[in-house]
Each structure stands twice: as C-alpha cells, then as structure tokens.
Design a protein around this ligand. Sequence first.
Ligand code: NAD
Ligand code: UDP
Length: 389
Amino acid sequence: AASAAARLDLDGNPIAPLTICMIGAGGFIGSHLCEKLMAETAHVVYAVDVYCDKIRHLVDPAPPHLHGRISFHRLNIKNDSRLEGLIKMADLTINLAAICTPADYNTRPLDTIYSNFIDALPVVKYCSENNKRLIHFSTCEVYGKTIGSFLPTDHPLRKEPEFYVLKEDESPCIFGPIVKQRWSYACAKQLIERLIFAEGAENGLEFTIVRPFNWIGPRMDFIPGVDGPSEGVPRVLACFSNNLLRREPLKLVDGGQSQRTFVYIKDAIEAVHLMIENPARANGQIFNVGNPNNEVTVRELAEMMTEVYANVSGEPPLDEPMIDVSSKQFYGEGYDDSDKRIPDMTIINKQLGWNPKTPLKDLLETTLTYQHKTYKEAIKRQMSQASAS
Ligand code: NAD
Ligand code: UDP
C-alpha cells in the first residue's frame, strides 16, 4: 500500500488515497473496477449493490490483506436512507447501477426508465449538495442511430465518417418513435446526462460522464438456467456463450447485420482508473470508451465466437452454427436497434492519453476460456438431468 500511495497522476502529482462510494459495484463493470482498485491502488471502496455474487471473493469476507479497504453495503438505492450517508463519507461517487439489458427496454420500459433516470436522481442531488465528485455511467446508446442509417443502403455518403462516427460534443442523439420502446433506456440515460451537465453548469457539480461502447469479458451478465433465470435474455456475449455451451445454434436477430465495436473490459477499466485519479483532466467531460478497431457485424461476431469456442473447448462446431430469428420473436414488440457504433477517441485520448489495446480475437479467447471453465460442467449436469427425467 505504501508504494501505491506514492503513485503519480498524469501531471506528476502524488495520488492521495480516496474513499469511493461505488453504486452497482456488484455488477459486471463494478466487479472489475473493485478488483483493479484493490490490486493497484490504496483507495477505499464502499461497494453498494443489491447483490454481491460477482465480488464475493473481495467482500465475503474481505481477505486479510484488504482489511479496511473494501466493505459491502447491501442496499437498494430506490429506497434506502443509508445512501446519503455513504456519499457524504466518500470523496467520489461512481454510479453504475442500472437496468441495462436490451431485452428489458421494450418489455419493462417503466422499470428501465425508473432505474436509469428516477433512481439516479438522488445520487446526483446528494453529490451536488455535498460538493462531492460524481462519475456517472451513461451509455453509447445515447447516440441512438447514425445519421447515415437514414440514407439508402448503397448511398456513398454512408462511407463518410461524418455520417457514422460518434463524437461526444458534436453528434446528435437520434432515437426511434415512442412506440419503439427500445429507446426508453437511451432516452432516460440522455435525460440524466443533461441533468448532470446542468448541475455542473448551474451548481458547480464536479462530474464525469462515461459512455461505454460494448465492454465485454468474464462475468458479464449470466448464463440462463445456471446463474440467472432460464427464460432471461442477457446481452449478446452471454447469449452466444450460452448457445455455444449448450451446443445450440446462435440466434441472429434480424439477420445479424447490426455493427458493434467491442472493447475488452480490462482495457476499459484502465480508462476509468485514469478518470478516478486525474480529476482535473476528467471533470466536466463526457468520454466515449470503446475500441474503434474491433468492429464486426453481429453475424461476424457469431462466426468468430463459434471458431474460438471450438478451439477452446475441443468440440467441433455444429453443422448449422447459426439461425436467423426476427427481433419480434426474440425480443417482442417495440424492439429496435442501433445500426453502427464507432466511438470517436479524440477527447479521451487528449485528456487521459488512453487507448484500447486488445484485439477482438484475443479478448474472445480469454473470455470464452473463462466461460468454458466456469460453466461447462454445470451445463452438462443440468442437461443430463433434463434428459434423464
Ligand atoms: P450490470 O447489470 O452487471 O451492473 C449493474 C449493477 O447495478 C448490478 O449489479 C445491479 O444489481 C446494480 N443495481 C441496479 N439497480 C440497483 C439499485 N436500485 N440499487 C442497488 N444496486 C442496483 O451492468 P454493467 O454492464 O456492469 O453496467 C454498469 C453501467 O454501465 C450501467 O449504468 C450501464 O447502463 C452502463 N453501460 C454498460 C455497458 C457495457 O458495455 N457493459 C454499455 C453501456 C452502458
Ligand atoms: N443479438 C443477437 N442475438 C442474440 C443477442 C443479441 O443477434 O442472441 C444482437 C442484438 O439484436 C444487437 C446486438 O446483438 O444487434 C448487440 O446486443 P446486446 O444485447 O449486446 O446490446 P446492445 O449492443 O444492442 O446494447
């Protein structure tokens, strides 16, 4: 810890140990951020969440070398008066809590809007009133659809970066109609961003807004029927992992033509770490965090995951590794999609000198190795029980 305390920030100043109130610390991103802060810094973390399965190794109980460094606070921020006290005791609050799986946006739009806007309000208010710094997690989905998506498919302007690259301070937010309830999430996130920005402008709140672009890696979401509900629909990495583990075809929604850029969770966490320790460079900023070099269509992702999983598991791929499903069948009424997501990296690069490192192939190898090790036996047992009964 002594050497950690002597670490320097990007401007050469020693980094003082911070107390951090991390809300949503038990989720995918939170679990990696807790690990990083425990391993490489001297900061103290109040880990707030309704569950702690993904950080059990850090908090239940905390291993002796982390004594006094991390504590778990099981509370629902919707209705718990302890929240304000924790924010007051901390130097910095990081809010990760949200409903953030697309299958919920059109089927549970009220919960989605409450979670992403209403429930985040008190966090912003307590930070503003108590002059505490806030790092709030928004989403790349606030950009919605690209400008180019409204041009005919073969229009040459679609190839021009101005028609698709997403820039924090220039690109518009383009959502579909209200009946497309998919956009309930993006719209709630946009409004909380505007509110935080306004608190900064009118009341001097020190804030940083993070827009993650498809961060993926170990511990993302759940495998349906193993550590989550069997009818649950997680994000694409977990959906495809589940299909591969069960030797079922991967389902391509509406042809799998949408494009995404995937960034390795450990690269992305480096960016958050820099924001935490360089407030002068991060305050007042909105940051895209993604990997523009890792772009694939969903179909290409499915092909890559199939190939990588075959290598990792030693099981040959199915004869028909993929099938098409309509979004209505897969997600129900009101689904819509973002067509393409290339993050502009100018701002984060200039402010924090951050660049993503890991190519898609490498991060899929690491992640699918983890999925295979973590889940294969449980799935085998479950499938043999099901066929026996
Ligand atoms: P996650 O679902 O794994 O983590 C969210 C955590 O918040 C969960 O552990 C959940 O239990 C907790 N939580 C939710 N509501 C709560 C409440 N009322 N009280 C206490 N805890 C609550 O998701 P994640 O991928 O770790 O995402 C974290 C944040 O990043 C979210 O705000 C999400 O919108 C944003 N984000 C993530 C990605 C990504 O690529 N993973 C992309 C875009 C945006
Ligand atoms: N998708 C798919 N099959 C699945 C799960 C998702 O084709 O089993 C598609 C989904 O329609 C979207 C993309 O994969 O185009 C990424 O979905 P994800 O849930 O990860 O979240 P998003 O990037 O849309 O926020």
